[in-house]
Design a protein around this ligand. Structure first.
Ligand code: ASP
Ligand code: CP
Length: 326
């Protein structure tokens, strides 16, 4: 890994002048194209190091607090793996009911507590804006691992990395987002992130009650990106370069009866995919609950499992950056 140090006797010392040192990662809006290229460069080096040596000591002695108020498999375990592969260690709090949160401790106080023991805090929380509240209370970097229906910035960064790996470009793309665009925070982040690239077209396919929020469409529209809404996939599938499938977010519905009307609205299977290009990719942040048939998993266009793996390298890069080691 390229490391710079303010102390010549400590080759792995922190570079406090590094651009991302000590910063929070709250929204994709913080990332320019140049930043993305930088993240991807570091992620590539991380991948090479993992393939060559598995684990190395870049973040030796550093501690990550992994604070999850909502369920997670990928984000939580990939941040843990990222920290451990970099030689650091992790305080895992994935069952907040066993923490003092269940005694009524506030988010700011929980954050103030954890930063006494950790160097960086990864937070997933059901309320939009919670990561920003945490960042206000904290002196150490906060990484937003999903704040309600708000954003999931590290997912969007790994999604963009996946698109680069799969198709070799982030310009000149038709991206079709399918499913729950209302409550799906991953598509809110990804649409925003992609809006800074050239010649991007975004298609939104969803049931009427799960449309992309106006606020996101306005932000993306202000960047000059054409967006179109559909209720069926048929018309847009043939022109699609990236099909980004999402789960209907059952846990976020106010009325469970509404969920029943839209669950299973779209299912991607080999038959439907006959109408798609050969050179395209199907992505999904996962977990899937029936939106992509397992019969499609062996198709070379099924990129969702590779996408998960890329998350490790991108999160290793982000941890190294905010801790001044990249
Ligand atoms: N895992 C992603 C998230 O936490 C997507 C999902 O749960 O459907 O936003
Ligand atoms: N993609 C994603 O955030 O997965 P988890 O909910 O399992 O973390």
């Amino acid at each position: 890994m390229p490391t710079t140090s303010t102390n010549p006797h400590l080759p792995f010392g922190e570079n406090k002048n590094a651009e991302w040192y000590g910063k929070d990662i709250l929204s994709v809006k913080q990332f320019t194209r140049t930043d993305l290229e930088y993240v991807f460069g570091v992620a590539h080096e991380m991948r090479g190091m993992v393939e060559r040596v598995g684990t190395f000591d870049l973040l030796k002695g550093k501690i990550l607090a992994n604070l999850f108020y909502e369920p997670s498999t990928r984000t939580s375990s990939s941040f843990t793996a990222a920290m451990e592969r970099l030689g650091g260690s992790v305080i895992p709090i994935s069952e907040v009911k066993y923490s003092s949160v269940s005694k009524g401790e506030s988010l700011p106080d929980t954050i103030r507590t954890l930063e006494c023991y950790a160097d960086v805090i990864v937070l997933r929380h059901p309320e939009t804006g919670s990561a920003a509240i945490a960042a206000k209370a904290a002196k150490k970097p906060i990484i937003n691992a999903g704040d309600g229906v708000g954003e999931h910035p590290t997912q969007a960064l790994l999604d963009a990395f996946t698109i680069m790996e799969e198709l070799g470009r982030l310009d000149n793309l038709t991206v079709t987002m399918l499913g729950d665009l209302k409550y799906g925070r991953t598509v809110h982040s990804l649409a925003r992130l992609l809006s800074q690239f050239s010649n991007i077209k975004l298609n939104y396919v969803s049931p009427d009650i799960l449309k992309m929020p106006k606020e996101v469409m306005e932000e993306v529209g202000a960047k000059g990106v054409p967006q179109a809404e559909f209720s069926s996939l048929e018309k847009v599938l043939p022109e699609t370069d990236i099909l980004y499938v999402t789960r209907v977010q059952k846990e976020r519905f106010e009325d469970p009866a509404d969920y029943e009307t839209v669950k299973g609205a779209y299912v991607i299977d080999p038959e439907i995919m006959k109408a798609a290009k050969q050179e395209m990719a199907v992505m999904h942040p996962l977990p899937r609950v029936g939106e992509i048939s397992t019969d499609f998993d062996d198709d070379p266009r099924a990129a969702y499992f590779r996408q998960m793996e890329y998350g490790l390298y991108v999160r290793m890069a982000l941890l190294a950056m905010v801790l001044g080691k990249a």
